[in-house]
Design a protein around this ligand. Structure first.
Ligand code: HEC
Ligand code: HEC
Ligand code: HEC
Length: 435
């Protein structure tokens, strides 16, 4: 770890030195404050669109503390460099953005610079927001300015030097941030392009679903190849998807609206607030995202899908499963079968009704390269989204050894994939993790 940090420091310093030639980029300067009276008068259409964009952009996932509906900031984003707190974006003049002109807001959303001229960390996904149209940014701005102004001081970030030194971000931007307007793909129809625009800019889906490099920047050539967020593995999407049953327009629409798909299961962890906001966003817009995703996902023949789903369903265990499996199974799998019998099979069993959980073999948690999401589901349970509130799983209290064993069993029973390795150590680490 230390070595990586040194490299980061070295390159960042070099980059800042290069950027230093353009001092304006390192110290962008203040944009004059405005008084509330100076705000342009919004139209109803702008306010509706602004609210919709705030849902699609998931602003409140980071800017609203748990249990509140106000965008007063406070959520701490864990990053490899430390914790970065989202700020108050209500129009409070002292602690929020009440004195921000549209020009100041636009600069924050496109260039990641605050009104006073400080560089902002890309934990705030301005690398995606930068591509939004002027009309959309204006609508979003005017909507935010109609929120109740609520005073809430910002929390200090917990970052070690040199990451705490904001001017370094000028170097980061030079290397990794290109605030270009989004451009449509001429091969897509209007709806597909609408979906692409929303997903790639305001929706910032790639911020979680793509791997990041050592500098915390999304790897541009590996968009949607899968990533990590808030202690969860984030599945690869579209052409990178590893979902056994594949995806089409309907399953994407089910998953994005309801947070659950019959062929893939539940949207858990950091995906739950995303689907909750999509549930409240404009239906045509969410559908456009589903249509675009289907367009960029290799299609799966329907008969082939039915065969895969039947094959996986056949692996589900009967309600009366007594924990006995082939003696030839590895020892941890044998032990895990017993844990599964005691703690899981009463819910995760042969499906006779649509209200039951999907076959575990269809889910990302079980097909993923590591047991991270499976452990999260066991330890924290599943708190389903607004579109599928009955699909709740209570946390299951297991010792790390039992958690490791049940993971070994689930992988062995429900997939043909290689066994997960290092299970005991990963289960012990999961049990120690704060979230
Ligand atoms: C993934 C989390 C996340 C999401 C989603 C997010 N933000 Fe933020 N935002 C942050 C963080 C963290 C900061 C503070 C960055 C810093 O301190 O450098 C921030 C800062 C800002 C700022 C600068 C405020 C200031 O006082 O400096 C604005 C404006 C802003 N966000 C608007 C938005 C809007 C509008 C949306 C939705 C379209 C949004 N954000 C979505 C995490 C997020
Ligand atoms: C804050 C991080 C985050 C953002 C932003 C995000 N996702 Fe996700 N997404 C996740 C996580 C984590 C999962 C896995 C959930 C689970 O295993 O229960 C997931 C799962 C999914 C899946 C299911 C994939 C599979 O193979 O099971 C789809 C589809 C999806 N997201 C689409 C999107 C779209 C479209 C957007 C943008 C509108 C988006 N996501 C934005 C974190 C995120
Ligand atoms: C009281 C019922 C219940 C019990 C007991 C239970 N689960 Fe669940 N589990 C659910 C429900 C409901 C869901 C949501 C998924 C769905 O409805 O399709 C879920 C989801 C999951 C998921 C996430 C699947 C996905 O879609 O990504 C995993 C993994 C999981 N359970 C594993 C386990 C394991 C392992 C055990 C035993 C240690 C267990 N569950 C015990 C009801 C239960």
């Amino acid at each position: 770890m230390m070595k990586k940090w040194l490299v980061v420091t070295g390159v960042s310093v070099a980059a800042v030195a290069a950027a230093g030639i353009y001092a304006a980029d390192v110290f962008p300067g203040e944009i004059a404050p405005i008084a509330v009276a100076d705000l342009p008068e919004p139209t109803d259409e702008q306010l509706t669109m602004g609210e919709n964009l705030a849902k699609l952009g998931d602003c409140s996932a980071c800017h609203t503390p748990e249990g509140s509906r106000d965008m007063i900031g406070g959520f701490g984003l864990p990053t490899p460099f430390g914790t970065i707190y989202a700020t108050n974006i209500t129009p409070d003049p002292d602690t929020g953005i009440g004195t921000w002109s549209y020009a100041a807001f636009e600069r924050a959303m496109r260039d990641g610079v605050d009104r006073e001229g400080r560089h902002l960390y890309p934990a705030f996904p301005y690398d995606h927001f930068a591509g939004m149209t002027d009309d959309d940014l204006m609508a979003l701005y005017l909507y935010l300015m109609t929120l109740d102004p609520i005073p809430a001081e910002r929390k200090a970030n917990e970052l070690a030097f040199p990451f705490s030194f904001r001017p370094l971000l000028a170097g980061w931007k030079l290397l990794f941030h290109d605030p270009q307007p989004w451009t449509p793909n001429p091969e897509f129809d209007e709806e597909e392009n609408r979906g692409a625009y929303l997903a790639e800019t305001v929706g910032h889906c790639g911020a979680c679903h793509s791997p990041r490099n050592a500098f915390g920047a999304v790897m541009a050539d590996r968009t949607f190849a899968g990533g990590e967020a808030e202690g969860w593995l984030v599945p690869p999407l579209a052409s990178h998807s590893i979902s056994p049953a594949g995806w089409d327009e309907d399953s994407y629409a089910d998953y994005l609206f309801d947070g659950w798909s019959e062929l893939h299961g539940i949207a858990g962890g950091p995906m739950t607030p995303v689907v909750d906001h999509l549930y409240e966003a404009d239906e045509d817009d969410v559908f456009a995202i589903a249509v675009w995703l289907a367009r960029i996902t290799p299609p799966m023949d329907e008969d082939a899908r039915d065969a895969v789903v039947a094959e996986i369903a056949a692996l589900d265990l009967p309600e009366g499963f007594d924990g006995a499996i082939a003696d030839s199974a590895p020892a941890d799998v044998l032990k895990g079968a017993e844990v599964f019998r005691a703690s899981c099979v009463k819910c995760h069993k042969e499906r006779i009704s649509n209200t039951q959980p999907v076959s575990l073999g269809l889910t990302y948690s079980v097909n993923a390269p590591k047991p991270t999401n499976l452990f999260n589901a066991i330890r924290h349970g599943i708190e389903p989204g607004l579109g599928s509130t009955s699909r709740k799983m209570q946390p299951v209290s297991l010792s790390p050894a039992d958690m490791a064993a049940v993971a070994a069993f689930v992988r062995w029973q429900f997939t043909d994939l290689p066994a997960w390795t290092d299970l005991e150590a990963q289960a012990a680490a999961a049990a120690e993790a704060a979230h």
